[in-house]
Design a protein around this ligand. Structure first.
Ligand SMILES: Cc1cc2nc3c(=O)[nH]c(=O)nc-3n(C[C@H](O)[C@H](O)[C@H](O)COP(=O)(O)O)c2cc1C
Length: 177
C-alpha cells in the first residue's frame, strides 16, 4: 500500500494550522445545548440575555461559568453588579429565549413581560418556571478571545421544576421527545 493511501481523507486546511473560522462555527452548531438566561440587576435596571455557553465547573465550592460576548451590553452590567443569575429554560420558554437574544431590544424593561422574582441572596432576577435557577457572585473574570468568561460561586438556589429543557441545535430550538 502506498504512503498516500494510508492518509485519512483530509478536508482542505489552510496552512499554518489555522482553521476556517466559518467552518469551525458551523461545526460547533452540532453541539446540542440547553438554553438558559443569564441575568443581573445593575443601576436599578434588570439585564438579561439568552445563553448556551455556560457550565457547572466545580461542586465544592459550587462554581458556574458563563461566556459573554465582549460587545454584549450585558457584560458591562454583570461586571458592574458583581452578581448574576442563571435560569435554565423549560421548553415552553422559546419566546423568552427569542426576546432576550434580540439585538437592539430596549435596555429598559427587558423583563417586564417575563415572569420573574428577585433572588433573596443577591437580588438578581430569576425566571419563574425555570428548570433550575442559580444566584452567583462573581469570583473571576477572564478575557477569552471575543468573549469574557465570568466565573461565579453559587450562593443561592431558586425552586426547581420537572419540566423538560429547551434545547438549541443547528440554529433551531427543540424540545426533548
Ligand atoms: C440560542 C442562543 C444562545 C446564545 N448564547 C450566548 C452566549 O452564551 N453568550 C453570549 O454572550 N451571547 C449569546 N447569545 C447572543 C445573545 O443572547 C444576544 O447577543 C443578546 O442580544 C445580547 O444582548 P445585550 O447586548 O443586551 O447584552 C445567544 C443567542 C442565542 C439565540
Amino acid at each position: 500500500m502506498s504512503e498516500q493511501a494510508d492518509q485519512p481523507d483530509q478536508p482542505d486546511q489552510p496552512v499554518g494550522g489555522r482553521v476556517d473560522l466559518d467552518a469551525a462555527a458551523a461545526a460547533f452548531e452540532g453541539i446540542a445545548a440547553g438554553v438558559a438566561v443569564a441575568s443581573t440587576r445593575w443601576r436599578r435596571l434588570d439585564h438579561a440575555i439568552t445563553v448556551t455557553s455556560y457550565t457547572w465547573v466545580s461542586r465544592e465550592p459550587a462554581l458556574l461559568l458563563v461566556c459573554v460576548h465582549e460587545d454584549a451590553r450585558f457584560l458591562d452590567a454583570v461586571e458592574g453588579a458583581g452578581a448574576w443569575g442563571l435560569s435554565l429554560l423549560p421548553q415552553s420558554a422559546r419566546a423568552t429565549a427569542t426576546w432576550l437574544s434580540t439585538p437592539g431590544r430596549p435596555a429598559v424593561g427587558q423583563l417586564d413581560r417575563v415572569p420573574h422574582r428577585s433572588g433573596p441572596t443577591t437580588g438578581v432576577p430569576l425566571l419563574d418556571g425555570a428548570l433550575a435557577a442559580f444566584e452567583c457572585r462573581t469570583t473571576a473574570v477572564h478575557p477569552a478571545g471575543d468573549h469574557v468568561v465570568v466565573l461565579g460561586e453559587v450562593v443561592g438556589l431558586g425552586p426547581t421544576t420537572g419540566e423538560k429543557p429547551l434545547v438549541r441545535f443547528r440554529r433551531s430550538y427543540h424540545a426533548l421527545a
